[in-house]
Design a protein around this ligand. Structure first.
Ligand SMILES: [Zn+2]
Length: 436
């Protein structure tokens, strides 16, 4: 495809007007202010007038089947939310009845609609989620929550041992590397020491990463210190080797200055989830301190019981505004920093160094955004308008590895009406089971 006369956010997220961008196969092979001399080699032409082309977006913390819980558990304190509402509902979800598959599929449609091509996902029904990602043509880092065991348990006696072996054998780096399998450590408070150490060993042995919730709430952070001689979750996890493998740590709301120094030194990827953290009243992460220390910060939506949207551009808006408000400092979190979290930093957290920027030689993970709208006029700085004025639904086209997966209301790989119907069917079955 050859995008013609289109606005571009280049590899430095600077605005370039009236550009030509050519894609061949899965790769960006041309970027320039003049039309290439042999335009035929790119195939179809895309008229970019009034539109903006930029890197696609990456969501580094999700629980995709939780689309089934969107709007189900509201206005409750965290423990009540989890114990009385979320966990009983999840207890009735059935892989055999396709609940995880369809919840994931609907989440993927929503993410594509909002310009996301890659996501990092922690849940159950992991084979179904891998299949859904392959079918949708998306990039996904999946891990299975079966390692969450609360009390010390022999990993090899759990169903997740055989499942992870199958996942690593059949799905790790499958579909041209679009699918990656990680080990799951749900959290310090749900996963005992021996299990964490084994998860680290499995990640190392399988050339994989770890996905974890860390210092999400003050209670979790402080109780960890009581349990482990004053060690914070970050210090404790590092002592067990968890920071010696590629790791994405979600939330990091209550991390301390010593944690930030440690995470920067060990290359920990942080996934910030501002919508979830505000909705569940967990607090505000020290984002500017992490950025200043050199920590790779990216953005996640978290599950739909605590957000309730995969509109990640809205998450970036919330992050910037809430950080400024909380710090009483309007100078922190620049639009470019926020957009970098959505793009290059997110791809890097997912172990993908060949995408996340619009540049020749990179994979063609791209989105087209309508900038011919009242709310995008005038433009002094395109990154500023994108962060503060654009809507996630201004996305007109989403491309992953050179393939158009969404364009103008049409999903190329997902039967959206079937996905919505199957999610409604799944919810009905779960509510019936809960009321039996
Ligand atoms: Zn989460």
């Amino acid at each position: 495809m050859l995008f013609t006369h289109i606005n571009v956010l280049d590899e430095n997220l600077d605005w370039q007007k009236d550009q030509f961008v050519g894609v061949e196969g899965s790769t960006i092979t041309y970027v320039g202010a003049t039309e290439p001399t042999d335009p035929e080699r790119f195939g179809e032409r895309y008229d970019g007038c009034g539109k903006l082309l930029m890197s696609a977006l990456y969501n580094t913390h999700a629980h995709t089947p939780m689309t089934l819980l969107r709007g189900y558990a509201e206005n409750q304190p965290l423990q009540q939310w989890l114990n009385d509402t979320v966990w009983p509902f999840e207890g009735k979800m059935s892989v055999e009845r396709g609940h995880h598959y369809w919840g994931c599929m609907l989440a993927q449609a929503e993410m594509l609609r909002y310009g996301i091509v890659g996501y990092t996902d922690m849940y159950f029904g992991t084979i179904d989620r891998c299949k859904a990602a392959i079918e949708a043509g998306m990039k996904a880092n999946h891990c299975d929550g079966g390692t969450m065991c609360f009390v010390e348990t022999d990993y090899d006696t759990l169903p997740v041992a055989a499942l992870n072996k199958q996942l690593f054998d059949e799905y790790h780096l499958a579909a041209d590397g679009r699918i990656r399998i990680d080990m799951c450590v749900h959290g310090e408070y749900t996963t005992p020491q021996g299990m964490i150490e084994r998860c680290v060993a499995e990640a190392k042995a399988n050339n994989a990463g770890l996905h974890i919730h860390m210092s999400e709430t003050q209670t979790e952070h402080e109780e960890c210190k009581q349990r482990h001689d004053g060690m914070t979750p970050a210090a404790w996890l590092d002592s067990l080797g968890a920071f010696d493998v590629p790791i994405t740590a979600a939330h990091c709301v209550w991390v301390e200055p010593s944690d930030i120094e440690l995470m920067a030194r060990k290359g920990v990827n942080v996934s910030l989830n501002p919508a979830s953290n505000m909705k569940l009243a967990s607090g505000f992460a020290p984002v500017q301190a992490m950025i200043d220390a050199g920590v790779n910060c990216s953005l996640g939506t978290d599950g739909m019981a605590s957000n309730n949207t995969h509109n990640i551009l809205q998450s970036a808006y919330l992050l910037a505004c809430s950080q400024k408000g909380n710090a009483l400092d309007p100078t922190i979190i620049t639009p470019k920093q926020a957009l970098q979290m959505l793009t290059a930093n997110g791809a890097r957290a997912q172990g993908r160094t060949d995408c996340g920027v619009l540049a020749v030689g990179k994979k063609a993970d791209l989105v087209v955004i309508d900038v011919d709208t009242p709310w995008m006029c005038p433009v002094y700085d395109m990154a500023t308008n994108l962060l503060y004025s654009a809507n996630g639904a201004d996305v007109l086209l989403t491309m992953c590895d050179g393939k158009v997966l969404y364009e103008n209301g049409e999903y190329k790989t997902i039967d959206i009406e079937k996905a919505k119907a199957e999610v409604r069917r799944s919810v009905g079955e779960i509510l019936d089971a809960l009321h039996e």
